[in-house]
Design a protein around this ligand. Sequence first.
Ligand SMILES: Nc1ncnc2c1ncn2[C@@H]1O[C@H](COP(=O)(O)OP(=O)(O)OP(=O)(O)O)[C@@H](O)[C@H]1O
Ligand SMILES: [Mg+2]
Length: 459
Amino acid sequence: MTDAPAEPPSPDALTVLVVDDEPSNLSSIEKIFQKDGMRVLTAPSARAALELLRAHRVDVVLTDLMMPAVSGLELLKAIRQAAPDVEVVLMTAYGTVETAVQAMREGAYDFVEKPLKRMTIVKTVRKAAERRTLTLENRQLKQELNVLTGREIVGSSPALRRVLDIVLQAAPSSATVLVLGESGTGKELLARFIHQHSARASAPFVAVNCSAIPETILEAELFGHERGAFTGAHARREGRFARADGGTLFLDEIGELSPSVQVKLLRVLQEGEYEPVGGDTVRADVRVVAATNKDLRAEVAAGRFREDLYYRLNVIAITAPPLRTRREDIPLLVDHFLGVYCKKNNKARLGVSKDVTDKLLDYSWPGNVRELENVIERAVVLCRGDRLTLDDLPDTIRDAEPAEPSSITFSVGTPLDEVERRLIRETLRQAKGDKSVAAQLLGISTRTIYRKLGEMEGT
Ligand SMILES: Nc1ncnc2c1ncn2[C@@H]1O[C@H](COP(=O)(O)OP(=O)(O)OP(=O)(O)O)[C@@H](O)[C@H]1O
Ligand SMILES: [Mg+2]
């Protein structure tokens, strides 16, 4: 650029990527932003834009809507996938409201109409950059908080991400959420996450384990009681509903509620009010998140759980996926818990030998993440070297017959050699160790499978 401004942009200047198939547009927009002190990247096509996005830090993308090959709208969708934090502003010469609305729905920050006005595009891009900064700061703070409290949700499997997507959508509302899932899958963690991502985050999160409190005192525990309401009630006592006021009440093991408490709970959920034992009606401003590892529908069918309460609780139902359906999260969780427990035990960060990782990947984890967490904690304590070995695992896992998956899931981006390694291993297992059967299933020669197994041993 011959007439570029004398001042080069500062290293932390806002970076905008401009995408337009018209070279003359590109250079005039580039000048506008450079004059404003921004760092500018330019791309003549969506494809070039995606390449630049991969290689550079970009805050905002300003893209033309109508481009040959890949349109601005398609580029927007691709950016949402590849770099979801980058804000996108579209330029449209046609100003069709429809496309603009669709673009906003797809997550564009805004659109500007051609012919472009210098002031408008600078202002819009700056505002988009502000939103990006806010989003990043917000995420950073939440992440720090979760790390501080040891309550980070670890995992990147599609199964977990689907759940988190629903949770993030549901969290800001005040709707009752029912968290289902096997024992140890992270139901309480999800309940806390819902609270943290709601408008109630700064008010209390109160957890009650309904199965741990004797039936006879659960009612008073939840709703409170007046002085002298029953023998032994020497003073007035606030219940958990009152303590959670303005915040979230987490009712764990909801399937254990007695019929009389079920009635009272139904009333709070329906009318937003309740009576402390021996007291007058009180209003409740509480969001309820309930959890159970029971099949509540079956409990309803068996007449042990009120159907009307079930429907009240079931407004939004989330199922925490069992660990065996998201094995790709196992290495991440192992790494996470190693960090936590090495620190707790004042040990230098331990590694993991490959046969341990393989064992952990093969195990069926009936106790889910909690079981994995316990196994790692125990192994960290037992470990004498600088990495966990098979000896540090409990017999139950070391000697377990591997689970029998007839299918394996991989997340997108899994290295091919790992895919091959696991596929060969699983197939061999299905073939009960018979290498020629496994080779036939895989469509390769017996010689090839021997060679590949030899290579795998070397890794
Ligand atoms: N995705 C995850 N990332 C990190 N830690 C997790 C994850 N899921 C669960 N945990 C940890 O595993 C343990 C069990 O989780 P949690 O208590 O939430 O499970 P639960 O489903 O409520 O179990 P239960 O049904 O036995 O009450 C906790 O220590 C929790 O922090
Ligand atoms: Mg629990």
